[in-house]
Ligand binder design. Sequence first.
Ligand code: SAH
Length: 244
Amino acid sequence: MSGWLCIAGLGPGDPNLVTPEVTLTLEAATDVVGYIPYVARIAPRAGLRLHPSDNRVELDRARAAIDMAAQGRRVVVVSSGDPGVFAMASAVFEALENRPEWQALDIRVLPGITAMLAAAASAGAPLGHDFCAINLSDNLKPAALIEARVRAAAGADFAMAFYNPRSASRPHTFGRVLDILRDTCGPDRLISFARAVSTPEEKLRTVTLAEATPEMADMRTVVIVGNSATRRVGRFVYTPRSAL
Ligand code: SAH
């Protein structure tokens, strides 16, 4: 049988939020490749090889996965959430760019439920109007670009979802982002901290920017900032569909 490569999203954590397409593809796979905690979500079975690796080796991991598919194996590269959102799908295409002999391979990207959509559903509908997603990690872009994008998005009154908000290696970025947001959006704007959404440790907290502190976020948190019309209704937060 000829090999193939699928880049699949496992959703935010709950097994019920893995799509049937991804489940069927994993059942047909011979190899699963990915970051250690994501590969740990795959049930071992006879005939399936698991290849967990560290997070910082994305391009190597992509090349190894393509190589296995080229040798006839049926390979799934797993990401959490959606594989196209700050995840492995782009790394695979980057690896393909310089290798024309790989470009005819059977490659498919299988979507998943990304963290901000699961978090928004838990909160109500904070992303009900125009919104954007920004990765606050400065691993792959300069901090100045992150700040410029946050300022631009806040200035254009987008609701915003922040991925990778805060890590031990860059404890100050998120504090600066909160300062920019308070400057641009004022103290009353709603901000939701959604941690470990769809897992047993899920925690959701909505406060105003005046009340928000950097410690409310960590690397398992996705942060959603409303637009100027976002408001509470009962225990929910929603953004009206109309800006008229
Ligand atoms: N591809 C993933 C995102 C990878 S970046 C996706 O589509 O969701 C990793 C970041 O995603 C984390 O730092 C956090 O901000 C967010 N994240 C992933 N899973 C999450 C979850 N269950 N709850 C809250 N945030 C999550």
